[in-house]
Design a protein around this ligand. Structure first.
Ligand SMILES: Nc1ncnc2c1ncn2[C@@H]1O[C@H](COP(=O)(O)OP(=O)(O)OP(=O)(O)O)[C@@H](O)[C@H]1O
Length: 238
């Protein structure tokens, strides 16, 4: 189904170890992976299998020990830390389990933190409208539910119109109905902005909305499944 799409991310022999000697942890053991542009990709696997480590390296937040990772024609594993900062600023949005909003700022002001430094940002109100919070732009985080706060975090991440949206357990702190709403927002971002969306999750049911599901085990890919019958997030079982 994705024949001819450019590859957004390509890793070859991607390896990450933490520590030395007997306490060495092998987080990634030579991962080879191709992720086509514009896909929703869900990464599943047991705790400690390396999912977040992979996300952090291709997101420009962490370095590899060996191997290569490319974003389009840019080699992330050879970049200086200032080049990685530019890469993150220009191309990448992050969404984490805990929303990391500034409590003293309104929803709009939280989004403006990003739009003020981005090169081609959306209007903050448009970003909040995209996640269904048009009416809540002047509200503070404490006045919003967990799902609404996560949607502000997504608005903040997408307001710079990122090529890629990285989501680490985006529904981990949410109940099922709210979690589905947040997944629907991620699907909307993918469809409306064309962003490639990578989601790390423990919720295997999220796989139903993905174009591609990557199963991790013990620092490597166990299986990659292309999904030709994607479900609407609203229909996902929890
Ligand atoms: N900064 C670090 N220092 C030492 N070890 C680390 C560090 N970060 C991760 N690890 C180890 O690397 C391995 C892979 O961790 P990672 O967080 O990538 O797994 P994960 O699949 O995302 O797990 P989870 O689902 O629990 O978030 C684990 O054994 C973890 O303890």
């Amino acid at each position: 189904m994705n024949v001819g799409k450019p590859i957004a991310f390509r890793t070859r022999g991607l390896t990450k170890t933490y520590g030395e000697g007997r306490s060495t942890v092998h987080a990634l053991r030579g991962v080879d992976l191709d992720i086509p542009q514009g896909e929703i990709v869900v990464l599943l696997g047991p705790s400690g299998s390396g999912k977040s480590t992979l996300l952090n390296i291709v997101g420009g937040l962490d370095s590899a020990t060996q191997g290569t990772a490319h974003f389009l024609d840019q080699c992330l594993t050879e970049m200086s830390s200032s080049a990685l900062t530019r890469y993150r600023r220009q191309h990448v949005g992050f969404v984490f389990q805990f929303y990391n909003l500034m409590p003293s700022l309104t929803a709009r002001e939280n989004v403006e933190l990003v739009t003020e430094i981005a090169s081609d940002p959306m209007d903050p109100d448009d970003a909040l409208a995209l996640v269904g919070l048009r009416e809540r732009t002047d509200h503070f985080p404490a006045q919003m539910s967990g799902g609404e706060q996560q949607r502000v975090a997504i608005a903040r991440a997408v307001a710079k119109q990122p090529d890629v949206l990285f989501c680490d357990e985006p529904t981990g702190a949410l109940d099922s109905a709210t979690g589905r709403t947040v997944l629907s927002v991620l699907r909307d971002v993918n469809e409306k902005l064309g962003s490639t969306v990578l989601v790390v999750t423990h919720n295997a049911n999220t796989a139903a909305m993905a174009d591609r599901v990557i199963h991790f085990a013990d620092g490597n890919i166990r299986e990659v499944i292309e999904n030709n019958s994607k479900l609407d997030p609203a229909a996902i079982e929890w």
